[in-house]
Design a binder for this molecule. Structure first.
Ligand SMILES: [Zn+2]
Length: 247
C-alpha cells in the first residue's frame, strides 16, 4: 500500500477506549488530519513508555506509523495539560461536551486547523476557571461559527432592515434575527443588547468576553435560545455529560 509509513503531528486527546489486553485506542483532534484514531500499544502496563502522556484533554506531539486499519502511536510527548479541569465537576462536564462535539463533528483526513485552535483555546479557558452558562454559550457560538453555522445577527434575514429602533426576534429556522413584521410566532424576541452580546461572543476570545458588563446574566437569559439553534444544526447529543470516556 503506498503512502508515508510514519508521520508526526500535534494532537489533542478527545477520547480513549481500552483495546485487547494492555492496549488502548486513542482518538485525537489534529490540525492537519482532522480526527485521528490510533493504537497505543501496552499503554495500560505499569511500565508503559507512554506514561501519563496520553491523558484526556491533553495536547501531545505524536509520532505514528501507518497501519492497515489503525495507525500505531510510536511516541507521545505531552506538551500541555489542563490541570485544573478535573477538580471541578462543572468544568469537567464542559470539557466532555467539547470532546464529544468534536468527536462527532469531525472526520478523519480532513484538515481542521481552525477548529483545533478553537478547541485548544476553549480548554485553556476552562483551565483558567471559565465555567457556567457564559462559557457554554461562548463555546457553542464559537463552534457554530467555526463550522460555518454562524447566526446572522446584523440585520433582518428577510427584509435586511437594520435599525437601532426596530424590535427583533431570533428565528432558529432561518438562522438569525428577523424584524417584528417578518417574525413568526415561533421566533423568540431578542433585545438589542442580547443581539450585540452574541455578536461579541462569535468574534472574541473568552478572556475578552468575560469582562463584558452583565456577561453572566446575558448568557443565562439566552443560553436556551442558542441550545435550540445548536441542536437544530448539530443534533441533541451534545449536552454536558460525564460518560464520554469508556473505562
Ligand atoms: Zn424584516
Amino acid at each position: 500500500m503506498p503512502g508515508k509509513p510514519s508521520y508526526k503531528t500535534k494532537a489533542i486527546v478527545i477520547g480513549r477506549v481500552n483495546f485487547g489486553e494492555a492496549d488502548r485506542v486513542v482518538r485525537f483532534l489534529t490540525p492537519e488530519h482532522g480526527k485521528l484514531a490510533a493504537v497505543a500499544k501496552g499503554v495500560r502496563r505499569i511500565k508503559s513508555r507512554f506514561g501519563g502522556h496520553l491523558e484526556l484533554f491533553g495536547e501531545v506531539e505524536l509520532m505514528l506509523t501507518e497501519g492497515r486499519n489503525l495507525d500505531t502511536i510510536t511516541s507521545a510527548r505531552l506538551i500541555w495539560y489542563p490541570n485544573q479541569i478535573a477538580s471541578n465537576y462543572d468544568r469537567l462536564g464542559m470539557a466532555f461536551l467539547i470532546a464529544k462535539a468534536v468527536d462527532r463533528l469531525t472526520e478523519p483526513d480532513h484538515p481542521a486547523a481552525a477548529l483545533y485552535a478553537m478547541v485548544r483555546e476553549a480548554l485553556a479557558a476552562l483551565d483558567s476557571g471559565a465555567a457556567g452558562a457564559l462559557f457554554e454559550l461562548w463555546f457553542k457560538l464559537r463552534l457554530l461559527e467555526t463550522l460555518g453555522y454562524r447566526p446572522e445577527l446584523g440585520s433582518c434575514m428577510i427584509c435586511a432592515q437594520n435599525s437601532p429602533e426596530a424590535r427583533y426576534s431570533f428565528s432558529t429556522e432561518r438562522g438569525g434575527i428577523v424584524c417584528a413584521s417578518d417574525s413568526s410566532p415561533l421566533d423568540v424576541p431578542m433585545s438589542a443588547l442580547q443581539i450585540k452580546f452574541w455578536r461579541l461572543l462569535c468574534d472574541y476570545p473568552y478572556v475578552t468576553i468575560s469582562h463584558i458588563d452583565d456577561a453572566a446574566a446575558l448568557a443565562q437569559q439566552t443560553l436556551y435560545l442558542c441550545d435550540g439553534f445548536y441542536e437544530h444544526h448539530l443534533g441533541s447529543q451534545f449536552r454536558p455529560t460525564l460518560t464520554g470516556e469508556s473505562a
